[in-house]
Design a binder for this molecule. Structure first.
Ligand SMILES: Cc1cc2nc3c(=O)[nH]c(=O)nc-3n(C[C@H](O)[C@H](O)[C@H](O)COP(=O)(O)OP(=O)(O)OC[C@H]3O[C@@H](n4cnc5c(N)ncnc54)[C@H](O)[C@@H]3O)c2cc1C
Length: 424
C-alpha cells in the first residue's frame, strides 16, 4: 500500500467502508493526544486526510466528495481531531482552490487547514450589500503591492482574523461586475483598523473595517485581476451552507492536541453563540409550551404543528442537497431554497415562542422565559433574513435561475462604474 493508501488507487470504485478502514489504520498508527495540534494536522495534510476530495498536491486524496464529511466524522469518532471549523476552511479555502494560482494554493491552503491562520470575509460595504458589485473600496497597484482604501462593514470575526477575503475595485472604467478583484489581505498591518459593532442582542460578532493605504502583496490575487466577481460567487455559494459551521464534538479525554482543539473551538464558536437563537430555536417550542402550561391551547398546538412541519420539510430539503453535494454536485439553487426556508422557520418560530410567552417574551435575564433565550431569539431572528444574502435576493435568484422568470431590470449593469451617478 502506498503512503496515501489503496483508497486513492481507484477513486470511482472506492467504498465508504474502505475509506474508514484506511483512516482508522492511519489514526491508530499516528494519533497521539499529547502531541501539538499543529503537528497532528501536518500529518493529516501530508497523508491527504485533511480534505480527502481535494487533489493530492493540496492535502487531499482525490476521493469522491462524500469522503470529506465521512472522514471529518470518523476522526471525531476515533477520538482524534480534524481540520478547524471557520471562514478559512468554509469559504476561503474552496475559493482559493477553485480560483487561485498554484503558488497561492501552495502558500495559503496549508495554514488554513492547520488552523495557523484564520480568515474573515471583507465583502459588504456601507453602500454595497445586496448590490455587492457596487462596492467602491479601491485597489491600486504600486510596485510590488496593491494599495487599498475604503470601508467594509458587518465583517464577522474580523477582530481576530489573520487574513481577509477582500473584494476591491481595480478598474472603474468598466461595468461594475468587471472591475472587481479578489485579494488575500493580511489583516495585521497599520492600514487595517477593525472596530467591533455592538448588536441589539448584546453580542459583538461583527465589525467595521477601515482600510487606509493598506497593502496587499502583488501576487495575492485570487482569480485574475478584474475577474474577482467569479471568485466572489464561489465564496457566496459556499456561504449558504451554514451547516459547515457545526461545532465538532471533540472527545473530553485529556491530551495537548485535544486541549488545543477544544480551546480553538471555544474561541471560534464564542462569536457564533447567538446563531442557534438566530435560527429561532424551533427545537425548544414544545419544551417552552410545556413549561408555560399551554400545551392544551388549540391555537398554540396548531402553531407548533405548523412550525414543526415546516422545519421537517426543510430538513429533508437540506438532506437532499447534502446527498447531491456528496455525489459531487457543486452548491446550487438549493442553497437559496434552504436559506429562504431557514428565514421563514426562524420568523415562524419567534412568533410561536411569543405566543407562548406573551408579554414575558420581552423579559431578559435568568428569571425570564427559558432563562432569557426567548428574548435573545426575538432580537436575533432578523439577522437570519439578512446574513449571506437577504430573503429578497434569494427570491430573485430563485425567480431567475430556477423558475426562468425574466431577469430583474438592472439599468446599471452595462454602464462603466465611474459613470454611475450615485457613486459620484
Ligand atoms: C449576521 C450577519 C453576518 C454577516 N457577516 C458578514 C461578513 O462576514 N462579511 C461581509 O462582508 N458581510 C457580512 N454580512 C453582511 C450581509 O452580507 C449584508 O448585510 C447583506 O448582503 C445585505 O446587505 P445590506 O445590509 O447592505 O442591505 P441592503 O442591500 O441595503 O438591503 C436593504 C433591503 O433592501 C432589499 N433589497 C436590496 N436589493 C434588492 C433587490 N434587488 N430586490 C429586492 N429587494 C432588495 C433587501 O432585501 C433588504 O431588505 C453579515 C450580515 C449579518 C446580518
Amino acid at each position: 500500500m502506498t503512503e496515501q493508501g489503496q483508497a486513492s488507487a481507484d477513486p470511482e470504485q472506492i467504498k465508504p467502508e474502505q475509506v474508514s478502514a484506511e483512516l482508522t489504520a492511519f489514526v491508530q498508527q499516528h494519533w497521539d493526544a499529547d502531541m501539538a495540534l499543529r503537528d497532528w494536522r501536518e500529518l493529516l495534510l501530508q497523508a491527504g486526510w485533511a480534505v480527502p476530495s481535494w487533489p493530492r498536491r493540496w492535502h487531499g486524496r482525490e476521493l469522491p466528495s462524500w469522503a470529506d464529511e465521512l472522514v471529518a466524522g470518523e476522526l471525531i469518532r476515533l477520538g482524534a481531531v480534524g481540520i478547524p471549523v471557520g471562514s478559512g476552511t468554509w469559504l476561503a479555502a474552496p475559493t482559493i482552490l477553485a480560483h487561485g494560482t498554484d503558488e497561492l494554493r501552495d502558500r495559503l491552503l496549508a495554514p488554513i487547514l492547520t488552523g495557523e491562520q484564520t480568515w474573515c470575509q471583507l465583502f459588504s460595504e456601507p453602500g454595497a450589500g445586496s448590490d455587492l458589485a457596487g462596492l467602491s473600496t479601491s485597489a491600486v497597484l504600486d510596485g510590488d503591492s496593491w494599495v487599498i482604501n475604503g470601508q467594509k462593514v458587518w465583517n464577522t470575526s474580523a477582530h481576530h482574523a489573520d487574513m481577509g477575503m477582500l473584494l476591491a475595485r481595480t478598474d472603474a472604467s468598466v461595468p461594475k461586475h468587471q472591475g472587481i478583484t479578489y485579494f488575500a489581505l493580511p489583516m495585521h498591518q497599520p492600514g487595517v483598523e477593525v472596530r467591533q459593532l455592538r448588536q441589539m442582542n448584546f453580542h459583538a460578532s461583527f465589525n467595521e473595517v477601515f482600510l487606509t493605504d493598506a497593502r496587499v502583496p502583488r501576487d495575492n490575487v485570487i482569480g485574475a485581476v478584474g475577474a474577482g466577481w467569479a471568485a466572489a460567487l464561489t465564496t457566496l455559494a459556499y456561504e449558504r451552507r451554514f451547516s459547515a459551521l457545526r461545532r465538532p464534538d471533540y472527545s473530553p479525554a485529556p491530551g495537548r492536541a485535544l486541549d488545543e482543539a477544544r480551546a480553538e473551538a471555544e474561541d471560534h464558536f464564542a462569536t457564533y453563540s447567538w446563531y442557534p437563537q438566530r435560527a429561532g430555536r424551533p427545537d425548544l417550542v414544545v419544551e417552552h409550551a410545556k413549561a408555560a402550561g399551554v400545551t392544551g391551547d388549540p391555537v398554540v398546538r396548531q402553531a407548533i404543528a405548523r412550525l414543526i412541519t415546516m422545519h421537517r420539510a426543510s430538513t429533508w430539503t437540506a438532506e437532499r442537497a447534502r446527498v447531491a453535494r456528496a455525489a459531487g454536485a457543486r452548491p446550487g439553487a438549493e442553497g437559496s431554497i434552504g436559506k429562504l426556508a431557514a428565514s421563514n422557520i426562524a420568523r415562524e418560530s419567534a412568533k410561536v415562542h411569543s405566543m407562548i410567552a406573551a408579554a414575558g417574551a420581552l423579559l431578559t435575564g435568568p428569571e425570564s422565559p427559558l432563562h432569557g433565550v426567548i428574548a435573545e431569539v426575538l432580537m436575533s431572528v432578523p439577522g437570519q433574513s439578512i446574513a449571506g444574502g437577504t430573503d429578497e435576493i434569494q427570491k430573485n435568484i430563485l425567480a431567475e435561475k430556477v423558475l426562468g422568470l425574466p431577469a430583474e431590470i438592472r439599468v446599471d449593469r452595462d454602464v462603466p462604474f465611474s459613470q454611475l451617478k450615485h457613486r459620484g
